[in-house]
Design a protein around this ligand. Structure first.
Ligand code: OFO
Length: 179
C-alpha cells in the first residue's frame, strides 16, 4: 500500500514523463520540417522511450492498488534550430528529469517505501543512460564539426537508432520489456 504522498508524486512524475514524450515529439516535428529526417527519427524513438517511462509508473500504481491521475500536459517548449541547440536542450531537459527522479527516490527513502525505492533504482540507471546519449551526440558533433557536412553525417547516423522499448501497452508492462 502506497502513501498518498508517494501516489501524488508518482502521478506528477507520470505527467513529467509524458511531457518529455510530448517535448521530443515537438522537437521531432521541428527537425523534420528543417529536413533533418534522421534527427526527427531519433527524437521519435525517444518519444517512445518516454512513453515507456510513463507507462511503467502507470502500471506500478495499478499494481499497488492506486489510481493513476492524469493531469493536463503543458504545451512543449522547443528551443533552437540546429542539431547542437536541440541536443543541448535534450541534455538540459534530461538533467531536470534526473533531479526529479532523485527527489522522488528521496521521498521513497524517507517513507521507508522499499518497493517504490526498487522501482526508482531502475529510473536512476535509465537517467545515466539518457544523459550519456545526449552528451555523446554533442561530442560526436564536436568531432565531425558543426558545419553542413557534419550535420549531414550526424543526421544519417542518428537516423539509424531503432526502438528497443515496448510501445504497445494493451497487455500492461511485459516482464521481458527492456528499458
Ligand atoms: Fe528522458 O527519461 Fe524519462 O523523462
Amino acid at each position: 500500500m502506497l502513501s498518498k504522498k508517494i501516489v501524488d508524486r508518482v502521478n506528477l512524475q507520470i505527467n513529467r514523463e509524458i511531457y518529455s514524450a510530448y517535448l521530443y515529439m515537438a522537437m521531432s516535428a521541428k527537425a523534420a520540417e528543417a529536413g533533418y529526417q534522421g534527427v526527427a527519427s531519433w527524437l521519435m524513438v525517444q518519444f517512445h522511450e518516454e512513453m515507456f517511462h510513463a507507462m511503467k509508473f502507470y502500471y506500478y500504481l495499478l499494481d499497488q492498488g492506486a489510481r493513476p491521475e492524469l493531469a493536463k500536459i503543458d504545451a512543449p517548449e522547443t528551443k533552437g534550430s540546429t542539431i547542437k541547440e536541440w541536443f543541448t536542450h535534450v541534455l538540459e531537459h534530461e538533467k531536470f528529469v534526473t533531479a526529479s527522479i532523485r527527489e522522488l527516490l528521496e521521498l521513497a527513502l524517507a517513507e521507508k517505501d522499499y518497493a517504490t525505492e526498487n522501482l526508482l533504482r531502475w529510473y536512476v540507471d535509465e537517467q545515466v543512460e539518457e544523459e550519456k546519449n545526449a552528451t555523446e551526440i554533442l561530442q560526436q558533433l564536436e568531432l565531425v564539426g558543426e558545419g553542413k557536412q557534419g550535420a549531414f553525417l550526424l543526421n544519417i547516423e542518428l537516423g539509424k537508432r531503432t526502438l528497443t522499448v515496448q510501445s504497445d501497452f494493451s497487455g500492461g508492462i511485459l516482464p521481458t520489456s527492456a528499458g
